[in-house]
Design a protein around this ligand. Structure first.
Ligand code: ZN
Length: 185
C-alpha cells in the first residue's frame, strides 16, 4: 500500500511536470507570444511627485495591480478621492509617451476629478465642462517632458482616440476617451 501511494504521488508529480513543459511550449507559439506583449507607461503626479513606472497591460489584459497604483496616482489631488481610470486613456497616454520618444514620466496635472472639485473649478474658470470626462476617469491634463505642448497636441490628434484640448498659456494638453473632437483654450 505504501508503495502504491508513493507511485501515485510520483505519477502526480510527473503529470504536473508535463503540464509545465506543455505550458512553456505554448509560450513560444507565435499567436500566444503576441498575447504576451507588455505595454509600459511611466506617469508622475505633478502635485505629489508620486510615480508609476511599469507594465500596465499584457496583450489584451490590463494588469489590476498596475491600475491600483495608476488610479491612486491619478486621483483627485484636491480631496484624495480615487476612481477607476479608463484603461483606454492609459493606452492613449502610453502611445503619446512612445511617439514623443519620452523616457521621463509624463506629468499628470489633473486626472480624476470628483464632482465637488469639478464644481469648484467651474466657479473659478470658464474652461471646465459641467459633465467633464475627468469626472468619469476618462480624461487627463498632461505635459510630456521634452516636447512642447503644441507638438504633443499634434501627436494626440493623429491618434484620433477621443478629445484633445490645447492650453498654450499653461503649456499642457487635455486628452480624453470621449468623442473625437478638439479645441484650443
Ligand atoms: Zn482636462
Amino acid at each position: 500500500m505504501k508503495n502504491f501511494l508513493t507511485r501515485r504521488k510520483l505519477l502526480k508529480v510527473g503529470l504536473a511536470g508535463f503540464a509545465g513543459i506543455a505550458a512553456s511550449f505554448a509560450g513560444i507559439l507565435p499567436a500566444a507570444a503576441r498575447e504576451t506583449i507588455g505595454y509600459t507607461i511611466s506617469i508622475k503626479n505633478a502635485h505629489t511627485g508620486e510615480v508609476f513606472k511599469g507594465v500596465y497591460r499584457v496583450g489584451g489584459y490590463y494588469v489590476p495591480r498596475a491600475f491600483r497604483q495608476i488610479n491612486h496616482i491619478m486621483r483627485d489631488h484636491y480631496n484624495g478621492d480615487a476612481h477607476p481610470i479608463d484603461p483606454r486613456l492609459v493606452d492613449v497616454l502610453a502611445k503619446l509617451q512612445k511617439r514623443c520618444d519620452c523616457s521621463e514620466p509624463l506629468t499628470v496635472l489633473s486626472g480624476y476629478r470628483s464632482p465637488a472639485t469639478n464644481a469648484m473649478l467651474r466657479r473659478s474658470s470658464g474652461n471646465v465642462a459641467q459633465n467633464s470626462y475627468h469626472m468619469k476617469g476618462q480624461a487627463a491634463d498632461i505635459r510630456v517632458p521634452g516636447s512642447p505642448a503644441s507638438t504633443v497636441r499634434q501627436v494626440a490628434l493623429t491618434l484620433a482616440a477621443g478629445g484633445v484640448g490645447y492650453y498654450p498659456r499653461r503649456e499642457f494638453i487635455h486628452v480624453d476617451t470621449g468623442d473625437v473632437r478638439h479645441w484650443t483654450a
